[in-house]
Design a protein around this ligand. Structure first.
Ligand code: PEP
Ligand code: MN
Length: 355
């Protein structure tokens, strides 16, 4: 695949590329307040669901076309880019007509080849030239995910990225949607040029999982994050348990450790060099300790004393293990090390004795 960048002018090329905003656009005020909060924290791309695929009828299915002018207002007043989910061709035409910058296909859409094909053709007909993001299908079917990407690509769309939102399961234990990280990692191996964005909100389904999932995505070299953020999460009309305020979002982003690939190998080399030096020191200290053991062996020989003195050994064990605990070294590990050193020490003393 020959893909083009999904980056937008004015956005830092440094990882992570951030998209944030409410699960759903609810009211004009909620949209504007959330967008202002996010913009003040430096977020440049705003998300809001306009058409919401809800699991059961009767749930909030989005405000529909009425919400598109609110997103236009966000663009006008904050200068942010705006993005929303499209699930059929009418959504594409309306979104394009209202100047939406980024479009994505939801998990319930990318699972359906007919819907993806219809959207791909609508994207082409409408001349949309912004980034198109393809969420993973609800089931962990990598070929289906790649198939959806290819359908978009085959209609001439070149600015394509993917969103990993996890996979639906019957049992909801820790996660709302199982991350199954190996699936997006394999996708990236098959299409290395495709930008990979993590959606920690839908994977975790809970506020407290957003931060660790963001960090995990960064550690796995993801390019971006799409995070649900709401000015008043407890009052959200959809996905309230997983939405976080712009303040919390900003805190989480500031705490993220983003390790750059190149730097990591350089740092790793330096760290490995330090390990080599410390191991050399350890060896020389051990050999010094053994030399002293042999001197003790010599003394014991001359004074006709037994090599093993259990009281002294018990004292050493108790004292060193207590010291180790203060230094954050596990007592079990310390005991094994001391036993090994002691064994070697006894062996060397017996050698001296038998000379
Ligand atoms: C969403 O992004 O709000 C959404 C409905 O996500 P998904 O398609 O991952 O369920
Ligand atoms: Mn949501």
């Amino acid at each position: 695949m020959k893909l083009q960048s999904i980056m937008l002018p004015g956005i830092s090329v440094q990882r992570p590329f951030i998209i944030a905003g409410p699960c759903s656009a609810e009211t004009e005020e909620q949209v504007i307040t959330t967008a202002r909060g996010l913009s003040s924290k430096g977020v440049k791309v705003f998300r809001a669901g306009i058409w919401k695929p809800r699991t059961k009828p009767g749930g909030f299915e989005g405000v529909g076309i009425a919400g598109l002018p609110w997103l236009q207002r966000v663009k006008r007043e904050t200068g942010m880019y705006v993005g929303t989910e499209v699930a059929n061709k009418n959504h594409v035409f309306e979104a394009v007509k209202h100047g939406i910058d980024i479009l994505w296909l939801g998990a319930r859409t990318s699972v359906n080849p007919f819907a993806v094909q219809e959207i791909a053709e609508a994207l082409k007909v409408s001349g949309f030239d912004g980034p198109v993001l393809v969420k993973n299908p609800v089931n962990p079917d990598l070929e289906l995910w790649i198939g959806a990407i290819e359908r978009i690509y085959n209609e001439g769309i070149r600015r394509i990225g993917v969103i990993h939102r996890g996979f639906s399961t019957y049992d909801k234990k820790l996660y709302r949607n199982l991350p199954s990280w190996h699936v997006p990692i394999e996708l990236k191996r098959r299409i290395p040029e495709i930008p990979l964005i993590c959606d920690p909100s839908h994977i975790g389904g809970k506020r407290e999982l957003v931060a660790p999932l963001c960090q995990q995505a960064m550690d796995l070299n993801y390019d971006g994050l799409i995070i649900e953020s709401h000015c008043s999460p407890d009052d959200a009309w959809s996905d309230k348990e997983q939405q976080i305020t712009p303040d919390i979002l900003s805190y989480i982003l500031n705490m993220l450790v983003v390790r750059e690939t190149k730097q990591t190998t350089e740092n790793l080399m330096q760290l490995r060099q330090q390990i080599d030096e410390i191991d050399a020191e350890l060896l020389s200290i051990l050999s010094k300790r053994m030399r002293i053991s042999r001197e003790i062996g010599q003394y014991k020989k001359e004074h006709n004393m037994p090599v093993l003195q259990t009281v002294r050994y018990d004292e050493i064990l108790a004292d060193r293990i207590a010291q180790a605990e203060k230094m954050d070294i596990g007592s079990h590990f310390m005991k094994i090390i001391l036993e090994a050193i002691h064994e070697e020490s006894i062996r060397q003393q017996i050698e001296v004795l038998n000379k």
